[in-house]
Design a protein around this ligand. Structure first.
Ligand SMILES: [Fe+2]
Ligand SMILES: [Fe+2]
Length: 283
């Protein structure tokens, strides 16, 4: 699997970000909160991989790392735009992003293998969240089409590059008992930190939003989204546990069949796809 850097741009200025998700404003707030973590989080992933790039001798893995960096850079750019629009629409995105930045800067002081183990733990999260969104399109069906395309694009590319950081970890840190204990203990610690930070950030987003309705009906829809049969937590619990299998590899769960959806999104939102008709017309 060779990740491809695609330059997609989603214009979000017209989107009402408080209510974009068809499952209600609380689900919108939840996914908006996730977006706050992406730009600096993904730059951290790039940082942790770059440190080891020169130690990778396998040309295919080296090319995959380049593709990974290209994809995460594009995700970071688009989520930065998303977060700016959140701030414009009155949400405390700027302050929250600054707090997230400080936490990530502190993580950069950890030993390099620990930083890479954080990256592969969070890449496990993005892979299983991405897979859930692709398996259960009802989680996003009927939502604003631009937002839907953006989240699907991100889910698809997270799938495409899900094993890259893991393969680097296996090469440079290893796959012995010590490497296993580092990666699994990191997942446990990171899960508790990450979920607490999301809950705290979402609470601040909701407190700041005085205009959106947040009654029992909205909370019931949010609970159904998280805990129902297609729900966010139920859908990731078992895949999360797979990480503890001693011989685990992200492609043990082969979901590459979803990737044939990427080109349709790229054709609509890709920068080169948009430029092509103009060039053809000019010629
Ligand atoms: Fe990403
Ligand atoms: Fe990723």
């Amino acid at each position: 699997m060779m990740p491809v850097r695609r330059d997609l741009q989603f214009k979000l200025a017209e989107v009402d970000l408080k209510t974009w998700n068809a499952n209600g404003p609380l689900v919108s707030a939840y996914m908006n909160t996730l977006s706050l973590f992406f730009p600096d989080g993904e730059r951290f992933f790039i940082h942790s991989l770059r440190h080891y790039r020169d130690q990778i001798t396998d040309p295919e893995l080296k090319a995959q790392v380049t593709g990974f960096i290209g994809q995460e850079a594009m995700h970071g750019r688009e989520h930065e735009e998303y977060n700016e629009r959140l701030a414009e629409q009155g949400m405390p995105a700027e302050a929250l992003v600054q707090s997230i930045f400080k936490i990530i800067e502190a993580a950069k002081r950890l030993p390099e293998p620990a930083q890479l183990s954080i990256t592969i733990a969070l890449e496990h999260f993005t892979a299983i969240y991405g897979d859930l969104l692709l398996r259960k399109p009802e989680l996003i069906e009927g939502s604003n089409p631009t937002m839907k395309a953006m989240w699907q694009w991100h889910a698809l590319e997270e799938t495409e590059h899900k094993a890259v950081a893991f393969d680097v970890y296996s090469k440079v840190v290893g796959s012995d008992l010590r490497a296993y204990l580092l990666r699994t203990s990191t997942l446990v610690v990171i899960t508790s930190i990450f979920l607490s930070l999301i809950a705290a950030a979402m609470a601040r987003m909701l407190i700041a939003d005085k205009t959106t309705k947040k009654g029992p009906r909205e909370w019931a829809k949010f609970a159904w989204f998280m805990l129902g049969p297609s729900g966010g937590l139920r859908g990731i619990a078992l895949p999360w546990l797979d990480y503890f299998k001693p011989g685990f590899h992200p492609w043990d769960h082969d979901n590459r069949h979803f990737l044939n959806q990427i080109e349709a999104i790229n054709a609509k939102y890709g920068v080169s796809a948009k430029k092509a008709p103009k060039l053809a017309a000019a010629a």
